[in-house]
Design a protein around this ligand. Structure first.
Ligand code: FAD
Length: 144
């Protein structure tokens, strides 16, 4: 299998509410499970940052659907390439809401990978975004 990881950032539709986030997560989990895709979706400060891991053709098709979704805009690809193993193998899609639990550890993680304290993933490089998501997964208890 050709295992790859894609990371992108986007801007959420204004006033995106909790029930919309839950609906996105439910459809992502169901679809990813059957497509063999794993990953993490971070939402905070009106932005999304997501990593998708799996077979290249499946990832491409998923990203095409995601880009067409009107619940967000300005999708920007930050990183894409082959990986030796999955980082998020336990999660068909893990949602982390940064605004709900702005702990000191999370705030410090944002600052470690950004020029400012605000979570603004569209300003991150691909490396910064990948390392940020890996750090977040560690905080969430995924130690793979
Ligand atoms: P359908 O369910 O048939 O919907 C048709 C169209 O309407 C699609 O363009 C869809 O994007 C859009 N749509 C669906 N529901 C709504 C709604 N409530 N409001 C506005 N537009 C809507 N999908 C995955 O499979 N895996 C993921 O990891 C994943 N991550 C996502 C992350 C984000 C930030 C967002 C916004 C969406 C994500 N999705 C993910 C959902 C994805 O965009 C598609 O909605 C989903 O895959 C179903 O695609 P479909 O073509 O079957 O659309």
């Amino acid at each position: 299998m050709d295992l790859n990881r894609l990371v992108y950032a986007s801007v959420a539709r204004p006033a995106l509410d909790y029930s919309t986030l839950t609906a996105i997560l439910r459809s992502a989990e169901a679809r990813n499970e059957s497509d063999g895709i794993t990953g993490i979706l971070c939402f905070g400060n009106g932005y999304f940052l997501q990593a998708l891991e799996g077979e290249r053709t499946k990832i491409n098709a998923t990203y095409a659907r995601i880009m067409a979704d009107s619940r967000h805009e300005r999708c920007e690809l930050l990183a894409y390439g082959p990986i030796p193993f999955r980082r998020y193998a336990d999660w068909s899609m893990k949602l982390v809401g940064l605004d709900d639990k702005a702990t000191a550890q999370r705030r410090s993680l944002v600052l470690r990978h950004s020029t400012e304290r605000l979570f603004e993933p569209l300003k991150m490089t691909g490396d910064q975004a990948c390392h940020f998501l890996e750090g977040l997964a560690l905080l969430e208890g995924n130690l793979l």
